[in-house]
Design a protein around this ligand. Sequence first.
Ligand code: 5GP
Ligand code: MG
Length: 186
Amino acid sequence: MPKKRKNMEKLQVLDKTFAISIPEAEIQKQVSRVAAEITRDLAGKSPLFLPVLNGSFIFAADLLRQIPIPCEVSFIKLASYQGTQSTGHIHEVIGLNADITGRHIVIVEDIIDSGMTMAHMIETLQAQNPASIKVCSLLVKPEALKVRIPIDYCAMEIPNDFIVGYGLDYNGFGRNTKNIYTLIKD
Ligand code: 5GP
Ligand code: MG
């Protein structure tokens, strides 16, 4: 397919139309880069990866298969988002069964928008005295950040637009794509 037509690729999710903004090849290239950085930094530290459900499930699966060092993975969950605007409502971290005391933690997120969710997460985990906490996010919206948080690994920075795909949803739909799509403003 000619490049021009591919760039125009649209995705309909419920009542909204999205246009392709990050193709699969670019996502995979940046995921590989971040995986190499984490492998270099955490070799010998037996890290515990904490991917945040639901949004990071595809990113975590791709990322972790490219990190060949001994490590553990435990999915956690919290919800702070509805529709296309952050509600600011933060819920508790659930699903953390592992003892993280003295462990090197890597939080694996889909996207950092205001940063509120991640700030809360770091605070909650810090209370359990891990050896270190690193933050790894597939996407960061630098213009939307409202709080200062350390972002150790970031695959891609994006503008302050609403995106779906590669794990990220719009009202529960649109997660199951290989590319990332941006909401077309009407
Ligand atoms: P924050 O607390 O940083 O404002 O929001 C983080 C959470 O909001 C993310 O983990 C994600 O679930 C959701 N979120 C933020 N921006 C977007 C976006 O553009 N698309 C989707 N699908 N979710 C988003
Ligand atoms: Mg998330």
